[in-house]
Design a protein around this ligand. Structure first.
Ligand code: ATP
Ligand code: MG
Ligand code: MG
Ligand code: MG
Length: 469
């Protein structure tokens, strides 16, 4: 079996052998980009190399990059527990060319690694290209021998990458694996593409233009390559499954969760275990990179992920805090590749224990209230905003946690009503402040800070591992 740790080594040494500098993962809190909440792709640490603002002593690099997609532009939080291929934390394997090689080499490098290095059956692979990118089509045909029906032209932004309205941009090609017709789903571009049959494993971006404010583009003098492959998705296919959560690493975390709760990993609590395993990774890695639970910005995203996991632990029947007990299993799996995890282990365990102990004081009562509210609702009715706000304000339920709980019951929240209740509380807090002429009750300000964190991302001004940014 090719384990996740084997796959990481194979990838890095393959590109190392092809002249790429093997560069360590950067932290999950981007150092050079205050506009990003978390590092969500391998290219983040190289942003200034693509634009030429910065140069280093290499023009090709390869990384296994820690990524979190749980807030900001990239958010897969709501996919976890629902798809077989999404995590909030995952590792993106990538190779990069900074004005060095381009499409002509990037496609063969990727194809040969997949089919020869990893030994993937070529007949199961298909690709998408940007609809006008004839060059890429031609290389796929020539080098990989792909027939026209396995090169799908896509006209949407899914196959055109840009960092923003201006700057470097270009077409991309995505490589998919067909897990077989026993699984529901259709090829990219088809109405059933959201199924789990055709799974995107690798995305190659061809940075070839610079876009200007007036909408015009010019060819970049130094064309570049940025690729990203999800290690868990490749591990799944190499281990004969389409399910990321059935791979060696995720499975061992799921088993740790099942053992700690004396439940069946594949029984009725299956989804709970999957969510817990996923959220254990994202929360632990975020803390190892200096994010701590708080009421705004990045810290609030962290707290929200933790609390979601803690609700699932509760639903499994856990009588005591669970999450901190699973950290050793995670460190056992990933501590060698990411030593920061082991170094922060005690702090992570203590913080999880403290957070879960605190949240459990209100979780049970909050869930009871939620059940009562829902049972009083007419069929198809949404949960009133005031109820969601009470859960938030009195029981510490972030809005997305309530939404997550309701989704299982096919219900949603009146978010306008929730916002209105929040605004009303803010107004009251302000009145209390100006009316008394002295410091208002500290808890009011605590709530206001938390309230802001729900709707707006305030992370840009908040403290991070490196201090204020
Ligand atoms: P999808 O369409 O499946 O959501 P994506 O197009 O959003 O994937 P990219 O932004 O292209 O993903 O990221 C590069 C690669 O990283 C993907 O091809 C995939 O293998 C992996 N990846 C992306 N998001 C996740 C995730 N949430 N969990 C695990 N792997 C992911
Ligand atoms: Mg996505
Ligand atoms: Mg995609
Ligand atoms: Mg993609």
């Amino acid at each position: 079996m090719q384990t996740l740790n084997d796959i990481r080594s194979t990838f890095l040494s393959y590109f190392g052998d092809h002249g790429h500098a093997i560069v360590p993962s950067s932290p999950l809190v981007p150092r050079n980009d205050p506009t990003l909440m978390f590092t969500a792709a391998g290219m983040v640490q190289f942003k200034n190399l693509f634009t030429g603002v910065e140069t280093r002593d290499y023009s090709r690099a390869t990384t296994a990059q820690k990524c979190v997609r749980a807030g900001g532009k990239h958010n897969d939080l709501d996919n976890v527990g629902y798809t077989a291929r999404h995590h909030t934390f995952f590792e993106m394997l990538g190779n990069f060319s900074f004005g060095d090689y381009f499409k002509e080499d990037a496609i063969p490098l990727a194809w040969d690694l997949l089919t020869k290095g990893f030994g993937i059956d070529a007949s199961k692979l298909l690709v998408t290209v940007y609809h006008t990118d004839d060059e890429a089509v031609e290389i796929w045909k020539r080098h990989a021998g792909l027939s026209d029906d396995r090169i799908i032209r896509i006209a949407t932004d899914d196959n055109f990458w840009s960092a923003g309205p201006t700057g470097p941009c270009g077409p991309c090609t995505e490589i998919f694996y067909d897990h077989g017709d026993h699984i529901w789903g259709g090829p990219p571009g088809s109405p059933e593409e959201d199924g789990d049959r055709f799974v995107e494993i690798w995305n190659l971006v061809f940075m070839q233009y610079e876009q200007f404010e007036d909408g015009t583009r010019r060819d970049l003098p130094n064309k570049s390559i940025d690729t990203g492959m999800g290690i868990e998705r490749v591990a799944a296919l190499l281990q004969g499954t389409n399910d990321n959560y059935a791979t060696d690493l995720m499975r061992s975390l799921i088993e740790a969760s099942a053992n700690a709760t004396s439940t069946d990993p594949d029984g009725p609590g299956k989804t709970h275990h999957r969510v817990i395993a996923d959220h254990l990774r994202s929360t632990s890695f975020l803390m190892a990179d200096g994010v701590m639970p708080s009421n705004d910005g990045r810290g609030y995203v962290l707290r929200r992920i933790m609390r979601r996991a803690m609700r699932h632990a509760h639903l499994l029947g856990a009588q005591d805090p669970l999450m901190h007990r699973l950290v050793p299993a995670l460190v056992g799996q990933m501590g060698a590749a990411y030593p920061e995890l082991g170094q922060a282990q005690r702090m992570i365990e203590q913080t999880l224990l403290q957070e879960e102990t605190r949240f459990r004081q209100t979780l049970d009562r909050g869930l009871k209230l939620l059940d009562e509210e829902v049972s009083g609702l007419d069929e198809g009715a949404v949960l009133p905003g005031a109820a969601a706000f009470k859960l938030y304000d009195t029981y510490g339920f972030p809005l997305d946690l309530t939404q997550d709980a309701l989704r299982e019951k096919g219900r949603s929240v009146d978010t306008d009503g929730f916002d209105a209740a929040m605004a009303e509380q803010k107004a009251k807090a302000r009145a209390a402040w100006s009316g008394s002429g002295e410091a208002a009750d500290a808890t009011v300000w605590f709530d206001v800070a938390e309230a802001d964190g729900v709707t707006d991302f305030l992370g840009y001004e908040t403290e991070t591992a490196e201090g204020k940014i």
